[in-house]
Design a binder for this molecule. Structure first.
Ligand code: NFS
Length: 660
C-alpha cells in the first residue's frame, strides 16, 4: 500500500501532476490545507440549536452542552441525522424513479419503455399486486402507485420488509425498528434529534436503525428495482474504466451524479444518427459518452458505457481539457467543478431544480420530454467542441483497464444453474465446503484524506487471496474496475485456490461489480437468498459476511452501513469515526448491537486491522454455523471448467440467451 501517494490510480497521478504544474488546487490539496475540526470530526459538536454550537470536550461522556445534553446524546443525534440525510438522498432518488415509472405506465413519458417485464411481475408479487389479466402498463401503474404510497403511508410497515428472512423480520419487530414509511422515518428522526426531544442514546440509535432500514429495504431497494424494470436488469458485459476513456477526436460528454433516467436518454441520444451527423459537421468523429460516480455505474452495468471513475475523479476529468460538457444531477457533485471549469472550455450543465450551481448552465430535465432535452444537452456539448484548446489538453496516457461488470442478483442466481434451475445452492455449498471462506461487500466512497483507492485495492487483493468473494458497489467498485481486478483472469492470477476454482467453474471474476450505491440493496437480496437457500442458518445475521467502507465520506455511506448492521451484516468503516468522542456510543454500536441484532458497526482506520477484523468475524461465523473450518490452500487446481478463449473473450451466457 502506498499511503504516501495522493492516489494509487496511475492516471489520477498524471492528472494531479498537471494540476500542480498549472497551480490548480483540487480537493486533494484542499484536504491537506484544510484540516478537519477535531471536535466535529469525532461527533462532539452540537449545533441543533443556537445556544451553541456547543463543543463537548474534556470529560468524555460527562461533558454536556448549555441545555445539559451529554456527549452520548449529542454524538447519537449527530449520527442519526447523518442516517436520516443518507436515507433521504437514496429515497428521493427512488421517488423520482417511481414517478417516472408512473408516467411511463400512463403513456406520458413516451421516450421510455418497460424493459424488463419479468422483473416488473416479480416486483408486483413482492408488493402483493395481482397481475392476472392486466396489461403490462396497468401492472406498472399499480406498482408505481404502491411504491409512491410507501413514502407517506400512515399505517403498516414497508412492503419490502417481507423480502427479508422471517427471523430477521422478527428481530425488527421485537426491537420495534420495522420502518413504517420512508418519509415518516426521516421526518421523525429529524424531530427526535432536535433540541429537547429524544435524550436517551440507545433510543436515538434505535431510531437511526429504523430509519436506515427505510433506506435499505425501502428507497434503495425500490431505486434498484425500478431502474431494472425501466432500463433493464444488468447482465455481464465488458467495458473500460479510467480517466483515459476520453477521445481526442470525439466530443466528450460526461454524465455525473446518481439518477439514471436522464443518463439513459443520453445513451440513446449520443448514438442518434442526427446527433452523430451534427458532431461530424463540427469536426468531431462522434460523441463519446462517459460516466462518472454512480450514474456511471448505472449505465456501465446496463450499456457498457465506459467510466472515468468515482467521486475523486470529477476535477481530474476536467483537468484533461478534453471534456466538452459535464452533465450533473444530484449527490456527490463537488461545487469546485463549476469554478474549475472556468479555467477550461468545459461546460457544467445542471439538470434538476433540486441542484443548481453558480456558473453552470441549467437545462432542466423532465421525463415527459426526455429525448428532446437529452438532444439539447448533446448539441450543447457538440457546439463546444470547437472551443477545446489544444494547448490545454493533457490526456492521462495510461491504458484503461478492462472491466466485466453487470452482476445483478438475478444474474448471480442465473449463473448458478440457468434460467429454470437458477439457485444459490452452488454458492452456499462452496461456502460450506470452505472453497469460499466468506463474502465481503466492499462499498462506499473515496475521501481525499486517504490515498485514493489505496485501501479499497489493498483489501480487495487480500480478500481474494484469502478465498473471500468480493462484491462491490459505488466508488469502491470503480477502484477495482480501474485497477483491472474485475476480470476473470484476475481469479486465475491472484485468487486463493478455493475461490479460483469456484470462479473458473462458473466463469466469473473473483470481484463482482454489483452496481451503484443504491444497488447495495442487491447485497441484501443476495444475503437473503443465501439464508433462504439453507445450510447456512436461517438469517442474514450469522452468515460469514462483512460489509466494509474503508474510504467513506458521505452521509449516504453511514445510512448504508447502518442498514447493513440492522440487517445482520457486521460493518467496518475506515476514514475516522464520527462517534469516536463517546464511549457509550462506541459500546452501543460495537457490543450492544451484537446482542440485539447479531451484527455491529466498527470504525477502524488501519487497513491491516480492518482485514484482520473482517477475517476474524468471517471465521467466527463459520465456527458458529458449524461448517468446515477454513484452511488456506486446502483446494488444488485440478478442475478448469471454462476454457481460456472464453475467459479472455469475456464470454458469458445471459439470462436472455445472448452471449456478451
Ligand atoms: Ni455512494 Fe455514489 Fe461515491 Fe460515496 Fe458518492 S458516488 S452514492 S456516496 S462518493 S460511493
Amino acid at each position: 500500500m502506498r499511503e504516501d501517494l495522493k492516489s494509487v490510480d496511475p492516471a489520477a497521478q498524471v492528472l494531479l501532476k498537471v494540476a500542480e504544474k498549472k497551480k490548480i488546487l483540487t480537493s486533494f490539496e484542499r484536504a491537506e490545507k484544510l484540516k478537519p475540526c477535531p471536535i466535529g470530526h469525532e461527533g462532539a459538536c452540537c449545533k441543533v440549536c443556537h445556544m451553541g454550537p456547543c463543543r463537548l470536550v474534556g470529560k468524555e461522556d460527562e461533558a454536556a452542552g448549555v441545555c445539559g445534553a451529554t456527549l452520548p446524546v449529542v454524538t447519537a443525534r449527530n449520527f442519526a441525522r447523518m442516517v436520516a440525510a443518507g436515507t433521504a438522498a437514496h429515497s428521493d432518488h427512488a421517488r423520482d424513479l417511481a414517478n417516472t415509472l408512473l408516467a411511463v405506465a400512463r403513456g406520458e413519458a413516451k421516450d421510455f419503455q418497460i424493459k424488463d417485464v419479468r422483473k416488473l411481475n416479480r416486483v408486483a408479487g413482492y408488493l402483493g399486486i395481482n397481475v392476472e389479466g392486466k396489461s403490462v402498463n396497468k401492472v406498472a401503474e399499480d406498482v408505481a402507485l404502491k411504491f409512491l404510497e410507501q413514502f407517506g403511508q400512515q399505517r403498516g410497515e414497508l412492503a419490502y420488509l417481507s423480502r427479508a428472512p422471517k427471523k430477521r423480520q422478527e428481530i425488527w419487530k421485537k426491537l420495534g425498528i420495522a420502518p413504517r414509511a420512508i418519509d415518516r422515518e426521516c421526518v421523525e428522526m429529524l424531530h427526535r434529534t432536535a433540541m429537547g426531544v429524544d435524550q436517551e442514546p440507545n433510543n436515538i440509535m434505535l431510531g437511526a436503525l429504523r430509519t436506515s432500514l427505510a433506506d435499505g429495504w425501502g428507497g434503495s431497494m425500490m431505486g434498484t428495482d425500478i431502474s431494472d424494470i425501466l432500463f433493464g436488469t444488468p447482465k455481464p458485459l465488458k467495458t473500460k474504466a479510467s480517466l483515459d476513456v476520453f477521445k481526442e477526436d470525439h466530443v466528450n460528454l460526461v454524465v455525473h451524479g446518481h439518477e439514471p433516467s436522464f443518463a439513459e436518454m443520453l445513451v440513446q441520444a449520443q448514438e442518434d444518427p442526427e446527433m452523430v451527423a451534427y458532431a461530424k459537421s463540427k469536426g468531431a468523429k462522434g460523441v463519446n459518452l462517459v460516466g462518472m460516480c454512480c450514474t456511471a455505474n448505472e449505465i456501465l452495468m446496463r450499456h457498457g458505457i465506459p467510466t472515468a471513475g468515482g467521486f475523486l475523479q470529477q476535477e481530474l476529468g476536467i483537468l484533461t481539457g478534453m471534456v466538452e460538457a459535464m452533465v450533473v444531477d444530484v449527490q456527490c457533485i463537488m461545487p469546485a467543478i463549476s469554478q474549475l471549469s472556468k479555467q477550461y472550455h468545459t461546460k457544467i450543465v445542471t439538470t434538476t431544480a433540486k441542484g443548481k450551481m453558480i456558473d453552470a448552465e441549467h437545462v432542466e430535465y423532465d421525463d415527459h420530454h426526455a429525448m428532446d432535452i437529452a438532444k439539447k444537452v448533446v448539441r450543447l456539448a457538440i457546439d463546444n467542441f470547437q472551443n477545446r484548446k489544444k494547448e490545454s489538453v493533457s490526456p492521462a496516457g495510461i491504458k484503461a483497464a478492462d472491466v466485466i461488470a453487470g452482476f445483478s442478483d438475478e444474474y448471480i442466481e442465473y449463473m448458478q444453474g440457468g434460467r429454470y434451475r437458477g439457485s444459490y445452492r452452488p454458492l452456499n455449498d462452496a461456502i460450506i465446503s470452505g472453497r469460499i471462506r466468506g463474502i465481503v461487500g466492499l462499498a462506499g466512497c473515496n475521501n481525499p484524506r486517504i490515498s485514493q483507492d489505496s485501501i479499497h485495492n489493498f483489501l480487495t487483493r487480500e480478500f481474494i487471496k484469502n478465498d473471500v468473494l468480493v462484491v462491490q458497489t459505488g466508488c469502491s467498485a470503480m477502484a477495482s474496475a480501474k485497477a483491472g481486478y474485475m476480470t476473470p483472469e484476475n481469479a486465475l492470477e491472484n485468487a486463493g485456490q478455493g475461490l479460483r476454482e469456484v470462479c473458473e467453474a462458473i466463469g466469473i471474476p473473483p470481484v463482482l461489480h454489483l452496481g451503484s450505491c443504491v444497488d447495495n440493496s442487491r447485497i441484501l437480496t443476495i444475503a437473503s437468498n443465501i439464508a433462504n437457500e439453507g445450510g447456512l442458518g436461517d438469517d442474514i445475521g450469522g452468515l460469514p459476511a462483512v460489509g466494509i467502507a474503508p474510504e467513506w465520506m458521505s452521509e449516504k455511506a453511514i445510512a448504508i452501513g447502518t442498514y447493513f448492521a440492522a440487517s445482520g451484516v457486521p460493518v467496518i468503516f475506515g476514514a475516522g469515526s464520527p462517534v469516536k468522542a463517546s464511549k457509550t456510543l462506541r459500546d452501543i454500536m460495537e457490543n450492544k448491537w451484537w446482542e440485539m441484532m447479531n451484527a455491529a458497526f466498527y470504525f477502524e482506520e488501519d487497513p491491516g486491522k480492518m482485514l484482520e477484523l473482517a477475517l476474524k468475524m468471517i471465521d467466527a461465523a463459520r465456527e458458529k454455523l458449524k461448517i468446515r473450518k477454513y484452511e488456506p490452500g486446502r483446494f488444488g487446481t485440478e478442475r478448469v471448467l471454462m476454457d481460456m478463449a472464453a475467459r479472455r473473450g469475456g464470454t458469458f451466457a445471459t439470462p436472455h440467451g445472448v452471449d456478451v
